[in-house]
Design a binder for this molecule. Structure first.
Ligand code: PRX
Length: 648
């Protein structure tokens, strides 16, 4: 059964236990509806009241302003994000509370109290200052999941520098594109990262990328793996030497940042080849992370929150770092993969650290479910009280396995829908209130007006699929696309005048949202957001390739996988060996997560008379469907049959 078929048939409902509801922040649907109504009717009043819970150097003058389609929140206000995540918590009496539990791929875990983390952040902020990094400067971070990553982010926030993190699973070309666009002056990386017991050559990738990035003058390198690297004199510096220098102070005064100053840029894939630098600013983003984390994860003082995402993606930014810390919570950060050294790794971490909340991607759930029940059964998961999913639609079977095998039918599951652009969760259950339907992200969070529209902009009927839009601004929303304000407007607002998410969805008779997937050229491979155009340009950069077109096809574990149609240059021989070589090429130049699972060599691609590739036809072929839609506009309709009869 396909994902769409299974969610259309899904009728089960699961209620939170009385015990859970009684202790939760939002206890029932009546409370949700009352507060939701208020938040929609007077959003500025709602958000201003919540913003009082943060520490401000100076309060704002105006809550929200629409500056020709660019939204500004809390203008005239000044605060510091690192101060709110560290000093504020220390001052509330939690100096010795654990802020971070770091679980490395191998070896002993390390814990940092709020007091220790504040000191480390201050010291590294002082190091950055020594390098001349100032407010508004951009620091590129290309680090694995090690504490230095969190420390570097918060140090940037402390001095007002803008961090731009590149997922450490990306290779040199992807890093190069992002650094070139951000024009960063300093890069922080590591000698290598561990992955399934092997070393991934981060520094080598960084060196290759930096050959074409003239803006970067200094590189700070964390010693993680101890493998030999090429140290470039005058440019490369060791983190441990800098951070342990005697002259470096233990305190760094936090910069007073305007609410709308930039906090970070995070690149994500869009419809064209060039990744989009999503810009988030200080106050609104922090407030949105703070409140969504508090209420959606129903946070309590003794919670241990384990989010398995990588900080290189937005989930890690918002729900490993900024959301948990601004709530004074304990966050678990794990360096390795779910199945190394064995498929019980996550369950062992939950057992070891007595995690109370576990937040992961449907792909991981499907992959671990496939390994068999004996793995979670061997572990004590009694500490868990809440589960979450993010990043892609979850099929009801995977949801049920998660609910029964991991949550033991005690733990609500929050299926959280959101995006890099939204900064935090927009559609999700509130665990003590919302009855759950497996596969549905349920209802919008406070202050969010979500809807589903038809092609012509009219409202879709109940259960009719259409374009998911958000009709009002919210504090955590992106402010622009770095260096490309025009693209911000055209990508998100041009079509309907309201925020276009890029997803399709339907709303059922109970007002529940069912997300059906992307409607653009973005592919969610194992929850990772991959732009087909970026994969295509990686393929075309290989000498043998003349043209490439990449589409998704359904994959049992990864949700979607990549199917590439490749036209070779004249005279190049088609062979299985060449396919392998192309897969390796994409892995090495872009990322192992972006490599095609299937490659089909083609002599021609289906194109309109004006030369535009018709992806919908390629998608049908990759999905093994014969429903190609209208093919009469093709320059050569015969191409379709040839491709279909050769599909792999
Ligand atoms: O297609 C939706 C899917 O992930 C996309 C956003 O990807 P990214 O910016 O990488 O952020 C992922 C983590 C927030 C969305 O457009 N998506 C995210 N969460 C869900 C989801 N699809 C279905 N259900 C979800 N819960």
């Amino acid at each position: 059964m396909t994902y769409i078929d299974s969610i259309l048939k899904e009728k089960r409902i699961f209620y939170p236990s009385h015990e859970f509801s009684r202790k939760s922040h939002i206890k029932n649907m009546a409370e949700y509806s009352r507060l939701y109504k208020k938040s929609i009717e007077s959003p500025e009043k709602f958000w201003a009241k919540k913003a009082e819970e943060l520490d401000w150097f100076k309060k704002w003058d105006i809550v929200l302003r629409d500056d020709m389609g660019f939204f500004k929140w809390f203008e005239g206000g000044y605060l510091n994000v690192s101060y709110n995540c560290l000093d504020r918590i220390v001052k509330s009496g939690k100096k010795d509370k654990i802020a971070l539990i770091w679980e490395p791929e191998t070896g002993e875990s390390r814990k940092f109290t709020y007091g220790q983390l504040l000191k480390e952040v201050c010291r590294f902020a002082n190091v950055l200052k020594k390098f001349g990094v100032k407010r508004g400067h951009i620091v590129e971070i290309y680090l694995p999941m090690i504490p230095e990553l969190m420390i570097a982010m918060l140090a940037c926030a402390r001095i007002g520098a803008i961090h731009s993190i590149v997922f450490a699973g990306f290779s040199s070309d992807a890093l190069k594109d992002r650094v070139q666009d951000s024009k960063a002056e300093l890069l922080i990386t590591a000698d290598g990262s561990f992955r399934n017991g092997k070393i991934f050559p981060l520094k080598e990738n960084a060196d290759a990328a930096l050959k074409e990035c003239s803006t970067v003058k200094n590189v700070i390198v964390v010693k993680r793996t101890g493998n030999k690297i090429n140290v470039i004199n005058g440019r490369d510096n060791w983190w441990h030497e800098l951070a342990n220098e005697k002259g470096i102070g233990d305190f760094c005064e936090p910069e007073s940042m305007h609410s709308e100053d930039s906090l970070f840029i995070l690149y994500t894939s869009g419809t064209t080849g060039k990744p989009k630098g999503i810009l988030h600013t200080q106050a609104g983003y922090l407030l949105f992370c703070y409140l969504t984390f508090k209420w959606i994860f129903d946070i309590k003082d003794n919670d241990i929150h384990f989010c398995t995402a990588d900080i290189g993606w937005i989930t890690g930014h918002s729900y490993i770092v900024y959301g948990p810390l601004s709530n004074g919570a304990t966050s678990v950060m794990y360096e390795g993969s779910p199945n190394y050294p064995s498929p019980d790794r996550f369950w062992r971490i939950i057992e070891k650290h007595k995690a109370t909340i576990f937040y992961t991607a449907p792909t991981a759930i499907r992959a671990l479910a496939k390994e068999g029940n004996e793995w979670p059964e061997k572990c004590n998961l009694d500490s868990l009280r809440l589960l979450g999913t993010v990043g892609e639609p979850i099929n009801p079977e995977a949801w049920m396995w998660y609910y029964k095998m991991i949550g033991k039918e005690r733990c609500p599951i929050v299926d959280t829908w959101w995006q890099t652009e939204t900064g935090g969760i927009l559609i999700s259950p509130l665990p003590g209130a919302t009855p759950l339907k497996p596969g549905s992200a349920t209802r919008p969070f406070f202050g969010i007006i979500a809807d589903v529209l038809r092609e012509d902009g009219s409202k879709a009927d109940v259960n009719e699929g259409g374009y998911l839009v958000i009709k009002n601004p919210w504090p955590g929303m992106l402010r622009t696309i770095w260096n490309d304000p025009q693209r911000y407007k055209s990508s998100y607002f041009e079509r309907y005048g309201v925020y276009l998410t890029g997803d399709s969805a339907r709303i059922d008779e109970d007002g529940y949202f069912w997300i059906m997937g992307r409607i653009d050229d973005v592919i969610k491979v194992a929850g990772h957001r991959i732009g087909s155009a970026e994969v295509e340009s990686s393929l075309v950069s290989h000498d043998a390739v003349a043209e490439a077109a990449v589409v998704p096809y359904p994959h049992e574990v990864k949700g979607q996988a990549i199917y590439a149609f490749v036209v070779l240059n004249k005279g190049v021989k088609k062979s299985e060996q060449l396919k392998e070589e192309l897969i390796k090429h994409v892995s090495e130049h872009m990322s192992p997560i972006a490599k095609p699972d299937k490659i089909q060599f083609a002599d021609d691609l289906p194109k309109t008379r004006s030369g535009k590739i018709m992806r919908r036809i390629l998608k049908a072929i990759a999905e093994r469907s014969n429903d190609y839609g209208n093919i009469t506009t093709l320059a050569d309709p015969n191409v379709v049959n040839v491709l279909a009869s050769n599909r792999v």
